[in-house]
Design a protein around this ligand. Structure first.
Ligand code: IPM
Ligand code: MG
Length: 359
């Protein structure tokens, strides 16, 4: 197979971790006889610095023509001024919208060897394996917004909307995924307060009753869900929710396995290229120090092979290699807890995964 892959390293630790994922993909190409053509483009703060735009048109064009996109991270204190004309995050929101990437898949899976890294007791997190489907191109993130008035009366608003078609497509995708797992789906909303949540709940129930009667289905309010994730995380399988609830709940859930540094995500639409990235941010405090954990990005590359290129065996090979280096005891500083003396660098971790793929 010959595929063109766009790399969007972005800011902070983005370039370091994307480079390790690229080296892993090169090894996969060699072992399985594929050719991946990589091209690198700008997004986020670096794009603002060099072009004034967090998502320059050449980046959009390259992404549209790619088989898949691998992103590092965007943002940093340098671009945090609230009165700035534009922000790195705007580039990320725009690429999601431009490519119609309405479904954000965030798997939260515990590596058994890392159970001690979790802030929760091992007996609570044991067996946790959740797949979140966060709606990514609608809801309050993209709602009408504005400001009016001045002084004490200055007011800002941002509205939350969901349409029937937006709810149907994400619920369908999540329910399909549930069929391939433990056949359970939980929809999370705030239907006791919000009108768009009431529409969400009604439409989701219809889709499930009419098309997925075989899938065990329940609904949970978002505030309860925040509680259940801490109390009984291992009882959930596939979870579907709106854009903002998904943003918050997946950050909460990302702590269950102990380090953000292990968690990949995929953003998918109807056909077209998917976008793959680690869940974590640009971590500017550790950028350039060779201490960032590249495994989330390497696992995102595996998701890319599976979901965009249809290379299941290759994806599994990467996942197995990552599990292997963890079993061997390799730890970047974020995973080492306590015993930093034995921790490895970003490059050493990447090289260890490459070596596992070769063996
Ligand atoms: C995420 C991030 C983004 C979001 C930011 C960086 C715009 O938090 O991917 O979860 O809020 O969607
Ligand atoms: Mg977030």
């Amino acid at each position: 197979m010959n595929s063109s892959i766009v790399l969007l390293p972005g800011d902070g630790i983005g370039p370091e971790i994307v480079e390790q994922a690229r080296l892993v993909l090169l090894k996969v190409a060699e072992r399985f006889g594929h050719t991946f053509d990589f091209s690198s483009h700008q997004i986020g703060g670096i794009a603002i610095d060099e072009t004034g735009d967090p998502l320059p048109q050449p980046t959009i064009d390259a992404c549209r023509n790619a088989a898949a996109i691998l992103l590092g991270a965007v943002g940093g204190p340098k671009w945090d001024d609230p009165s700035a004309k534009t922000r790195p995050e705007a580039g990320l929101l725009k690429i999601r919208k431009e490519l119609g990437l309405f479904a954000n898949l965030r798997p939260i899976k515990l590596f058994d060897e890392l159970a001690d890294a979790s802030p929760l007791r091992a007996d609570i997190v044991k067996g946790t394996d959740i797949l979140f489907f966060r709606e990514l191109t609608g809801g309050i993130y993209f709602g009408e917004s504005g400001t009016s008035g001045s002084g004490e009366e200055e007011t800002a608003f941002q509205s939350m909307t969901y349409s029937v078609s937006e709810v149907k497509r994400i619920v369908r995708m999540a329910a399909q995924a549930a069929r391939g797992r433990s056949n359970r789906l939980t929809s999370v909303d705030k239907a006791n307060v919000l009108e768009p949540s009431r529409l969400w709940r009604r439409v989701a129930a219809e889709v499930m009753a009419n098309e997925f009667a075989d899938v065990q289905y329940d609904v949970v309010l978002v505030d309860s869900m925040a509680m259940h994730l801490i109390n009984r995380p291992s009882e959930f399988d596939v979870v579907v929710t709106g854009n903002m609830f998904g943003d918050i709940l997946t950050d909460e859930a990302s702590m269950l396995p102990g380090s953000l540094g292990m968690l990949p995500s995929a953003s998918l639409g109807d056909g077209g290229p998917g976008l793959y990235e680690p869940i974590h941010g640009s971590a500017p405090d550790i950028a350039g120090k060779s201490v960032a954990n590249p495994l989330a990005t390497i696992l995102a590359a595996a998701m890319m092979l599976r979901h965009s290129l249809g290379l299941t065996e290759e994806a599994e090979a990467i996942e197995k290699a990552v599990a292997g280096v963890i079993t061997d005891g390799l730890r970047t500083p974020d995973l080492a807890r306590g015993d930093q003396s034995k921790s490895v660098s970003t490059e050493e971790m990447g090289a260890a995964v490459v070596a596992k793929l070769a063996s």
